[in-house]
Design a protein around this ligand. Structure first.
Ligand code: IPM
Ligand code: MG
Length: 356
């Protein structure tokens, strides 16, 4: 098979972790006889510095003509601490999501037995947790208009907007995933307060009868935040709107021990994007200490979701598991009194495993 991918390293630790994930991708392609073509594109703060735009037209065209996008991270403290900055790296990410039509962000939360002790929760609570958050990614408050400030600067507003069509496609997708898993869907909203949530509920109730095998559960977002830490094993597939999903997936990511482990896929109407859910961690940039596993696992999701290459994806997941079992781990997940490995050392170990 021919794999044409766009590689967007972005900012901070992005370039280091992407290098490792790309090497792993190449190794898997070599092993299974696939032809890998990749091309780099700029985005985020890096692209602002170079061309003044966090998602330049050229990068968009590259994404559009590729079969998949492997994405690092964007963000730089220079912008976080400057509320007056006109262009921000995150705008590039949002523009990419909107322009590629990436309406569904899929973030699996899985536990790794060897890391259970790293979880802030008791082992008996997290053991066996395995659920999937499906976050709507191109609607809600992130994109609703009007957004802004009053003329005197003393009032600010964001608008949350959802249409029936937007809700239908994401909820249907969530049911499809639930059908492939344990057939339980939790629909998270705030229908006791928000009009958009009430529309979500109304539309979801129309779709539910089409999937009689799936057990549907509605949950308010505040309750969901609580239940996720009280009883993480009770979830299978969870679907929610953009902002709730942003918050809940960060919560979900630490349940398993480290944010450095969770991959994601964003899918929609054009090319799909695969990226780790952690950010650009600028303080660690260039230090060769960041955990590359979430990005490697994102590459596994790419093989699986973008190309339907399940065996290839499974091999990458086995390599990641094996590296952890062998205690070849970066500092964030290393066991006490064992030395931490660097980003590139973990990468090399995984490369050797994949090439065996
Ligand atoms: C994420 C991030 C982004 C978001 C930021 C960087 C704009 O937090 O992908 O979850 O809020 O969607
Ligand atoms: Mg987030």
């Amino acid at each position: 098979m021919k794999l044409n991918i766009a590689v967007l390293p972005g900012d901070g630790i992005g370039p280091e972790i992407i290098r490792v994930a790309l090497d792993a991708t190449q190794a898997v392609c070599d092993k299974f006889g696939h032809e890998l073509h990749y091309e780099y594109g700029i985005c985020g703060a890096d692209a602002i510095d170079k061309v003044g735009n966090p998602y330049p037209e050229e990068t968009h065209e590259l994404c559009m003509r590729s079969d998949a996008v492997l994405f690092g991270a964007v963000g730089h403290p220079r912008f976080d601490n400057d509320p007056s900055a006109k262009v921000r790296p995150e705008q590039g990410l949002l523009a990419m999501r909107k322009r590629l039509g990436l309406y569904a962000n899929i973030r699996p939360v899985t536990t790794f037995e060897s890391l259970i002790h790293k979880s802030p929760l008791r082992a008996d609570l997290v053991r066996g947790a395995d659920f999937m958050c499906i976050r709507e990614l191109t609607g809600g408050m992130y994109f609703g208009r009007p957004q802004g400030r009053s003329e005197d600067g003393n009032t600010a507003y964001d608008t949350c907007v959802y249409t029936r069509e937007e809700i239908t496609r994401i909820v249907t997708l969530a049911y499809e995933y639930a059908m492939k898993r344990r057939k339980k869907l939790t629909i998270v909203d705030k229908a006791n307060v928000l009009a958009t949530s009430r529309l979500w509920r109304e539309v979801s109730k129309e779709i539910a009868p089409l999937y009689p095998e799936v057990e549907t559960e509605f949950m308010f977002v505040d309750n969901a935040a609580m239940r996720m830490i009280q009883w993480p094993t009770a979830f299978d597939v969870m679907v929610t709107e953009n902002m709730f999903g942003d918050i809940l997936t960060d919560e979900g990511s630490v349940i398993t021990g480290s944010m450095g482990l969770l991959p994601s896929a964003s899918i929609g109407t054009h090319t799909s994007v695969f990226e780790p859910i952690h950010g650009s961690w600028p303080q660690a940039a260039g230090q060769n200490i960041a955990n590359p596993l979430a990005t490697i696992l994102s590459a596994a999701m790419m093989f699986d979701y973008a190309f339907g290459l399940k065996e290839e994806a499974a091999l990458i997941r086995r390599a990641v598991d094996a590296s952890m079992d062998a205690y070849v781990r970066t500092q964030d997940i290393q066991a006490d009194n064992r030395p931490a490995y660097s980003t590139s050392e973990v990468g090399q170990w995984i490369l050797d495993y994949l090439s065996k």
